[in-house]
Design a protein around this ligand. Structure first.
Ligand code: BT5
Length: 328
């Protein structure tokens, strides 16, 4: 049995108190080897009580290690390989580096990113406590349809946040997940392609999980899951669920993209709203009408002209529903 296997088996067995002798016997190793494994788990932050009656696991660190992410993950290909780092410049940068030779579904995760990336060369604040992951996907689609991966990822993360925490999550075009008017997650999809073949898509997902909502500058209009729920969440559970939903959405993307776009539209916090769009060629205002089949946002200008926006930024100008406060 390797050291890692012993550790994994220990984690599974230590929920209730188990004697060192029993553990040694069931793993076919010496009691000294059990003790060593316990010590190395402690060094990783596991709290293990030891008494004359045996060992018991009192608490686990919420670390996104390869073993822990993979344990109990119910997927076929997403997360079959997990590369976990205490710190990286950016999980997307690392994923792009390894993508050409990586298997479909490889996941790169870091506890901290030193230069996390947003879209258009912007930076993404990525301290300890968040979920910073990149998934390498190799769908058999032409590069012109690569935007579908981004749409599917947004739907996937929205489903995960809703299922785990009951949060009502809206998708702000193109890639922000919002609770109310505040952003809890950003997605950055980057691709490697030639004219007619997509080699890979790297889907970078940044979720403000256990972060102090007051630590963000006000003009970011950001918040965190812990801020919304008033408690920290188990990031491991969140990562596993996100990966499961990403795999599911990939399957749906291949089978019926209309359905995925339908769900994106139903969840959209942008459609039906008055928006200000900024693109490389300028700025304009109008009403967001639809997400088109090629990923463009259709915006109706005030003079009635429809404008298709492929890439750009979008500011919501007015709440979708005017709330009427009623007196008693
Ligand atoms: C995004 O960009 O929303 C995409 C963010 C993707 C981050 C993930 S983390 C894992 C992977 N590895 C990476 O290096 N990146 C991906 P954008 O829409 O451009 O938003 C960036 C802007 O949001 C910044 O200019 C700030 O104003 C603001 N911002 C920065 N950090 C934030 C945070 N943690 N939460 C909310 N807003 C943030």
């Amino acid at each position: 049995m390797s050291r890692e296997e012993i550790k994994r088996a220990l984690i599974q067995r230590l929920g209730s108190r188990t004697s060192g002798q029993e553990l040694a016997k069931s793993f076919g190793i010496s009691r000294a080897a059990v003790w060593k494994a316990v010590q190395s788990l402690r060094a990783e932050g596991y709290e293990i009580e030891a008494s004359r009656r045996g060992y018991r696991l009192a608490s686990m660190p919420d670390l996104l290690s390869e073993d822990l992410v993979k344990a109990g993950l119910e997927t076929k290909f997403v997360g079959r390989t997990v590369l976990s780092y205490p710190s990286l410049v950016s999980t997307n940068a690392e994923a792009k580096k390894i993508a050409p030779s990586a298997e479909n579904g490889t996941v790169v995760v870091a506890e901290v990113q030193t230069v996390g990336r947003g879209r258009m060369e912007r930076s993404w604040h990525s301290p300890k406590g968040g979920v910073w992951i990149s998934v390498i996907l190799k769908p058999k689609i032409p590069p012109s349809l690569a935007f579908r991966v981004n749409v599917a990822a947004a739907v996937a993360v929205a489903r995960a946040l809703e299922a785990l925490y009951g949060l009502g999550v809206g998708i702000k075009w193109p890639n922000d997940l919002m609770v109310g008017e505040r952003k809890v997650c950003g997605i950055l999809t980057e691709i490697g392609a030639e004219m007619d073949s997509l080699y890979y898509a790297v889907v970078g997902i940044g979720i403000n999980a256990n972060l102090d909502p007051d630590s963000f500058p006000e003009d970011w209009k950001a918040t965190s899951i812990s801020g919304l729920l008033g408690r920290d969440v188990l990031r491991l559970e969140l990562v596993r669920r996100v990966l499961e939903e990403v795999e599911r959405a990939c399957g749906e993307m291949a089978a019926s993209f209309d359905r995925v776009i339908g769900e994106w539209s139903d969840r959209s916090a942008t459609l039906g709203r008055r928006v200000r769009i900024t693109t490389r060629s300028g700025e304009f205002e109008g009403r967001a009408e639809a997400l088109e089949a090629d990923g463009a946002l259709l915006v109706r200008r005030d003079d009635g002209r429809g404008e298709r926006v492929i890439a750009g930024d979008c500011v919501h100008l007015r709440p979708a529903i005017e709330k009427v406060e009623e007196g008693i």
